[in-house]
Design a protein around this ligand. Structure first.
Ligand SMILES: C[S@@+](CC[C@H](N)C(=O)[O-])C[C@H]1O[C@@H](n2cnc3c(N)ncnc32)[C@H](O)[C@@H]1O
Length: 159
């Protein structure tokens, strides 16, 4: 938990979420913990414009996203992570392991792009969490680009 961490006040973070209810809950939680540098933006996380001034970052969280986009967009997002993460920075990602399990491919796509595996949750768990460290040189993040289309797991399952 960030709120109890000894370096909590060194952390400058931006969370981007479309649903106003989730935004309000996240703002309340950050405010209650006195985390003044945690900014919660109500907006489209797919737009590279959201990350201006924050990248390349020490820590990039791609959580609740990779299971709700096409496989091509999973690869596109991971490619964008080479622009979001600083050298030595950590990417934490999540993805379900429902069949066909894409997690080995997620790891392969990252590792082809200069990310080294730090940890991946045990394959017996349906929800995978992984952490990869970026060893490459970040490329610039170009403003005005879309990184993915969030279609939702139910839509993907029907297609
Ligand atoms: C599976 S939930 C994950 C929530 C949270 N990140 C987590 O890991 O617990 C997906 C979230 O993505 C949000 N969402 C969907 N499309 C989005 C977009 N284009 N930009 C920002 N948030 C989006 C939804 O409102 C929903 O809260």
């Amino acid at each position: 938990m960030l709120s109890g961490h000894p370096r909590r006040d060194d952390v400058r973070a931006r969370l981007v979420e479309l649903d106003e209810r989730n935004v309000a809950a996240a703002r309340r939680t950050a405010d209650a913990a006195g985390l003044k540098q945690v900014e919660v933006v109500a907006g489209d996380a797919a737009s590279t414009d959201q990350y201006a001034g924050m990248v390349p970052a020490d820590l990039v969280l791609v959580c609740g996203t990779l299971g709700n986009v096409s496989d091509a967009d999973v690869e596109r997002i991971l490619d964008y992570c080479t622009r979001l993460c600083r050298t030595g920075g950590t990417l934490v990602w999540t993805r379900n392991r429902r069949s066909p399990d894409l997690v080995p491919q997620v790891c392969a796509w990252l590792e082809q792009r200069g990310f080294e595996r730090l940890w991946v949750a045990d394959p017996s768990l349906t929800q995978a969490v992984g952490a990869h460290r970026f060893t490459g040189e970040p490329r610039p993040l170009v403003p005005g680009q879309r990184m993915f289309d969030f279609v939702g797991y139910d839509v993907l399952r029907r297609s």
